[in-house]
Design a protein around this ligand. Structure first.
Ligand SMILES: [Zn+2]
Length: 234
């Protein structure tokens, strides 16, 4: 799939630099040069196309590169942060901040006898403690990690329940459930079959729902968003 790299500017850059100032002052104090850019995924016709998740359902949302001393001497910045524009353009500000913060957590400072040097920091777990502290379990993998911690803590006595703990959690479980997705796919008209909507009634309580082709597309969108939010960054 063709990729295009574009400079980050305007309010996007302001948001990223705000995160840098708020949470990574050590990079500014050390006068480290961080460059932000977007990668845009497109199809063969040049239209925006969300990257296909890998077989684990993950999409790379961002990358942080730390340049070598030789590269820096040749004019490269200390760090290059590349963010997936296809995710960014639909993301909430809080998701954007969390993503920038995550990538900046990869940008570290190593104290050496010759002075501070930029260094690449690997993952501590499927995210960062600071990220979790500042933004909560905003992504699927962090929610999974959070559940693991709850299970571990409750080993002391409290029986953990498997009930959804919020509306978001309930939606996230439903929209990524293969059985639900199949039912939705089978029930919602595709829009290509000449059927605009299907009405399903439940005789025992007289209620009915009317899925349309938009319903199917919306369910798919929610699922893609959830999978993207749970994506692992490289
Ligand atoms: Zn990462």
């Amino acid at each position: 799939m063709p990729k295009r790299y574009v400079e980050m500017k305007g309010e996007d850059l302001e948001l990223a630099e705000q995160v840098l100032r708020d949470h990574h002052p050590e990079l500014l104090q050390g006068d480290f040069h961080v460059v932000f850019q977007f990668v845009v995924n497109e199809d063969a016709k040049g239209l925006m196309k969300y990257p296909k998740p890998d077989k684990h359902g993950n999409v790379v949302l961002g990358k942080a590169k730390c340049y070598s001393a030789a590269d820096r001497a040749a004019g490269c910045p200390d760090f290059l942060v590349t963010l997936l524009f296809n995710f960014w353009e639909d993301a909430l500000d809080e998701q954007k901040r969390a993503l920038v913060d995550h990538e900046l957590c990869h940008c570290g400072v190593e104290e050496t006898e010759q002075g501070d040097k930029p260094m690449s920091v690997p993952h501590e777990f499927e995210g960062f403690v600071d990220e979790l502290k500042r933004h909560g379990p905003w992504a699927h993998q962090l929610r999974k990690a959070e559940k693991q911690l709850v299970l571990w803590r409750d080993a002391a006595g409290n029986v953990p329940t498997d009930e959804p703990d919020s509306d978001d959690d309930a939606v996230s479980r439903l929209a990524t459930d293969p059985g639900f997705l199949k039912a939705a796919h089978d029930l919602c008209p595709s829009g290509r079959d000449g059927i605009d909507s299907v009405t399903i009634s439940t005789p025992h309580n007289g209620k009915f729902v009317t899925p349309t082709s938009d319903t199917g597309r919306n369910i798919q969108k929610i699922r893609d968003k959830l999978l993207a939010a749970g994506a692992e960054e490289a």
